[in-house]
Design a protein around this ligand. Structure first.
Ligand SMILES: [Zn+2]
Length: 423
């Protein structure tokens, strides 16, 4: 042995066994370059031939050492690999006496080089791709890609910390690119439900209630109990306007609640009672605040309803309109009789398809308007209870004019039309 070593030294060559680990220096950041690899090739010409383009396969990972199958046709060796930041250590099972790297190891590593003639050896580190792949084989293809040593099954997409493109991806850079401003998607919001007494025996009032948005955040899907909107837990999320509104709603309900007992069903509400005026002025305070809120109308029959939730199929989403309708009358000559009709006018134009919604309000499709005064509300209700038109046979007209028209004309415009208007 000593004689042999001496002979080798004499030839200026110090040989080693290829099965012992050989250290290849790395460029910074775990990078093996082709240049560094070629430096490690055995320079003896006879050792440089063959072993072209070997098949490589991950066999095992144990205590920092990755074992690869290194195969050409029917001949195969084990290639042992271990990596650190500045060095890659490799050993081949061929046991050949070599100066630096055996041809099996050299060509195996050459195969791993990328197009830019470098290879990042991080996959051989503890918790690197090699360890993950050999311990989770069922998630990886048995036939790997031509260059990589592994290939995740398609249902995995990219695998974090394993797929290089993903590892290099700096999401922070992308996220700071110009984009649409973020719109706040809220899960819940406060809604205001305008309670309309179907029997016209209670003034309209409004109840705050929490609504939950659908997934897209553009429509309210679920409604919580009536009055849920004034629960303490929601208060931090309310705007100042909503807090004010909630106080008004509470005061309104307290006033409205007192009213039904004073009324006989079917009797007109307006006897100049103070409470009606008070409710109306609360509505006036509330109305401007309501313009930007989610408003629904809902029929109201009995107080017990308020202990539960709104009935979804009864809720109608409406928009509060800022314009204040003006009441005008037409007295139409229809031959043997006159007919008195009422119109609601905004900016000189009659609101089409318009009905009194309840005492203080008009509704035209999805739009809700508030009348300007308790007087307008009383007159509108009087007309509604009269079937929206009053017919006066000409023999009764003089009396009607004296007792109704003259007083009405003091406050409202009454247009006399000689022939029926075509609508
Ligand atoms: Zn070898």
């Amino acid at each position: 042995m000593a004689a042999k070593q001496n002979k080798q030294r004499a030839n200026n060559l110090l040989l080693r066994n290829a099965s012992d680990f050989y250290t290849i220096p790395l460029e910074n950041d775990y990078t093996l370059t082709e240049e560094a690899l070629r430096e490690c090739l055995d320079k003896r010409p006879s050792k440089q031939i063959g072993w072209f383009y070997p098949d490589l396969k991950l066999l095992s990972y144990k205590e920092g050492v990755t074992e690869l199958l290194n195969k050409v046709e029917r001949v195969s060796y084990s290639l042992m690999v271990t990596a650190e930041e500045e060095k890659l250590m490799v050993a081949c099972s061929c046991g050949t006496q070599v100066e630096k790297l055996c041809i099996h190891t050299f060509n195996a590593l050459l195969r791993l080089l990328n197009f830019d003639k470098t290879y990042n050896v991080k996959m051989f580190l503890p918790n690197g791709a090699a360890q993950t792949v050999v311990t989770n084989r069922q998630y990886f293809e048995t036939k790997q890609g031509t260059q990589n040593l592994f290939k995740p099954k398609p249902n995995l997409g990219s695998v974090y910390a394993i797929n290089e493109p993903l590892a290099d991806y700096n999401i922070e850079d992308e996220l700071t690119l110009p984009a649409q401003p973020k719109t706040e998607t809220k899960e819940t919001t406060i809604c205001y439900v305008l309670m309309i007494s179907r029997r016209h025996d209670l003034l309209p009032f409004i109840i705050p209630c929490i609504g939950k948005f659908n997934k897209a955040g553009d429509k309210i899907k679920v409604f919580s109990n009536f009055l849920s909107g004034i629960q303490k837990e929601y208060e931090p999320s309310l705007t100042e306007e909503q807090k004010t509104l909630n106080r008004i709603c509470y005061d309104m309900y307290k006033l409205v609640e007192k009213l039904p007992d004073q009324l006989i069903h079917g009797e007109m509400l307006f006897n100049g009672t103070e409470d009606v005026s008070n409710v109306f002025s609360l509505w006036q305070k509330a109305f401007n605040l309501l313009l930007d809120q989610h408003i629904y109308i809902h029929p109201f029959f009995r107080k017990r309803q308020l202990k539960g939730k709104p009935t979804p199929s009864w809720l109608i989403k409406v928009n509060m309109q800022k314009d204040v309708p003006v009441i005008q009358f037409q007295l139409i000559d229809k031959g043997v009789f006159y007919q008195l009709q009422m119109k609601f006018v905004i900016n000189g134009k009659a609101i089409s398809n318009c009905k009194t919604l309840d005492t203080f309000f008009l509704r035209s499709n999805k739009n809700v308007y508030m009348l300007s005064s308790v007087r307008d509300a009383a007159i509108a209700e009087w007309m509604e209870r009269s079937g929206n038109r009053i017919t006066v046979f000409k023999e009764h007209f003089a009396d009607f004019e004296k007792s109704f028209l003259h007083p009405l004309k003091k406050y409202y415009e009454v247009k006399k039309i000689s022939s029926p208007v075509k609508k």
